[in-house]
Write a protein that binds this ligand. Sequence first.
Ligand code: CUA
Length: 369
Amino acid sequence: MLLRTASIRRVRRLAPLFCAIALVLAGCSPDHYAQTALRPISDFGRIGDDIQTTTLKWAIVVFVLVEGALLYAIFRFRGKPTDPEPSQVHGNTTIEIVWTVIPALILAAIAVPTVRGIFQTNITPAADALEVQVIGHQWWWEFRYPTLNLTTANELHIPVGQTVSLKMGTVDVVHSFWPPRFAGKRDLFPNRETRLWFKAEEAGEYPGQCAEFCGIQHARMAFRVRAQSPEEFQAWAAHMQSLRANPAAAVAAPKDSVQTVSAGATVQAQAAGPDDPQYAAGEKLFQAKGCVACHSLNAFDAPKGMIGPNLANVGDRSYIGAGTLKNTDENLARWIENPQLIKQGVLMPNLGVTPEDAKALVAYLRAHQ
Ligand code: CUA
């Protein structure tokens, strides 16, 4: 009776500790970690997750058996001070064979699904897959859709329910493309194509990250995956194909008679137009400050080999600077004024843009959606 009250008291004393542990573990909920590989939403992601679950199950079995045997031996064969010295043994062939064979069998059991997964994730995707070229740059991502003749940067738009076939390379150092909810990491090399494919199962916007140290701003080489319903994706592609370097020109048609009515009309409603002095000033500055030398404003039939990210729809992106800052007017102005302060070492130099000029450039760029 006395023993029972003592143990109850001990449990009561430990209760706050258990509560604290439960609280801390609740913080591990995947809801708080958008960049988790443990909640896959693609066929490729599921293959990796299944292997991980299988391995974990085997690890739990081994843990319970080994620790169980250890605890049993500790308590069952506990020595007393009066015990004589135990018999001294050296070597036991049977036991040694057993404890070599069992781990070998467990490793073989894990190896089978792992090797199968390696082959499954390296198959060539079907011909109806959507091809996207992924090009790594220090420190941003270029995405090209050869069949749609589209180029964009840092936001990968994909249709749900259709396999995307990524063909990847880099213009400088080794990077690693990692969209955790969709697929495992895959390295990008100069002068060598690597491939990755997956089929998204859920629409939404998901973060991704470069996963290979590639210089001082490696941590700021993120991207977003925007998985859209097939209809939304088609609409996005059609809209991107209609974008021109000067979105307001389609409405105003001042000089360029080739430009036809396009999505510029809707953009016009949301952002500054050609009548806006800020927009006109920004347009001039984009040329005068040399922005145009590194950034293309055409998504369709865009020039290849540009140094900076394509800005055709920069006004619509969630982030700027490859996941560095939220895409607000204030942040965009800060970036234009002094990119080196925000992302030291980035190829974009400080161009000596005044706060006034930055505002005008923001008005101009914001119209590019
Ligand atoms: Cu690119 Cu790290």
